[in-house]
Design a protein around this ligand. Structure first.
Ligand code: ATP
Length: 335
């Protein structure tokens, strides 16, 4: 069966890493067809808007998008196109795996294999009730957490544990201080956890979680948490395993899912063939899992690991002298 996905090549290094990723996917028998759509600076130049209706329609129709990084120019209406996409498609789960890889400049070349599941639609980042007093002395912000929002993200985390054979979900919170918002999240998480007796559930306060992640990251399997904590923790986890060049992410909702690299457009190296395609390739592996092709996803991850182990055609950020496409070809050759 063929599945059509929306492909957004993006800005900066986006087109380079997307071409590399599609080259690898094309060597696998994954039954994908690509519908290309524009967003970001390239869309603004071609169509006069950052997020054209045709792109929205394409994602709505195909329900799956693979997206490169986008530039959101200052003063063009959105604070961020990525945040706008999350809002418009109610992409409530931000799913960020962090795994140790060989031959990366990593603090933990082995032992880390965890996934952060971050609530994407509530909490401090939604911008509700933002005010600054006239004299500029006092700023306020409303943080909203709902039982429904908490329940669906925690359920997502437990279902993901079952689907991927993981054994433990850690609920990260600050309910001792943020008694209302974090309190509601924790209470809801406890109730959901009772429905999953086969999965161990533990609770951890966010500041302790940061310390534990740096000291003993191997104790974590799946972390589920609210928006702001998840944002910070997922970047911390990327830092544990070699930085943004290896960090993929998925934004998942009921009606659509968008898979991406976590890093930005890297304008400093754009157009030079220096970009590491691994983050987007790992995002593509998440997409294959989501599409019900876990064995293909595993093959792709194994080929990336084998290429890193062989130090074959690695990009300069990994200490190699290869380029984006030669690295991708080395990975494709191992599939
Ligand atoms: P943006 O404004 O889009 O966020 P940025 O340059 O501020 O772009 P990133 O794109 O995340 O932020 O880049 C941060 C640093 O990491 C840059 O020096 C960039 O070159 C490097 N970098 C990011 N992604 C990659 C990649 N895939 N391969 C190699 N280096 C990368």
């Amino acid at each position: 069966m063929t599945q059509t996905i929306t492909v957004i090549r993006g800005d900066g290094i986006g087109p380079e890493i997307m071409d590399a990723t599609l080259h690898v996917l094309d060597t696998m028998d994954v039954g994908l067809q690509y519908e290309f759509a524009d967003a970001g600076l390239v869309a603004l130049e071609k169509h006069g808007e950052l997020l054209p209706q045709a792109t929205m329609d394409s994602i709505r129709k195909n329900r799956i998008a693979l997206k490169s990084p986008l530039t959101t120019p200052v003063g063009e209406g959105f604070s961020s196109i990525n945040v706008e996409l999350r809002k418009r498609f109610d992409l409530y789960a931000n799913v960020r795996p962090a795994k140790s890889f060989p031959n990366t400049k990593s603090r933990f070349p082995t032992g880390v294999d965890l996934i952060t599941v971050r609530e994407n639609t509530e909490g401090a980042y939604i911008g509700e009730g933002q005010t600054v007093s006239e004299d500029g002395e006092v700023a306020m912000l409303t943080q909203k957490v709902t039982r429904r929002g908490s329940e669906r993200i925690v359920r997502y985390a437990f279902d993901l544990a079952r689907k991927t054979g993981r054994k433990k979900v850690t609920v990260v919170h600050k309910a001792n201080i943020l008694k209302s918002t974090s309190g509601l999240f924790l209470k809801t998480a406890r109730a959901v956890a009772t429905e999953y007796p086969d999965i161990e559930c533990n609770e951890m306060i966010v500041d302790n979680t940061c310390m534990q992640l740096v000291m003993r990251p191997e104790q974590f399997d799946i972390i589920v948490t609210t928006n702001l904590f998840g944002d910070i923790i997922s970047d911390l986890c990327a830092g544990l395993v070699g930085g943004l060049g290896l960090a993929p992410g998925a934004n998942i909702g009921t009606d659509a899912a968008i898979f991406e690299a976590v890093h930005g457009t890297a304008p400093d190296i754009a157009g030079q063939g220096k970009a590491n395609p691994c983050a987007l390739l790992l995002g593509a592996a998440q997409m294959l899992d989501h599409l019900g092709q876990p064995e293909k996803a595993s093959r792709l991850r194994a080929a990336i690991i084998a290429t890193l182990e062989a130090k074959d055609s690695l990009t300069p950020d990994l200490g190699g002298s290869g380029n984006t496409m030669s690295f991708a070809k080395a990975i494709a050759g191992r599939i």
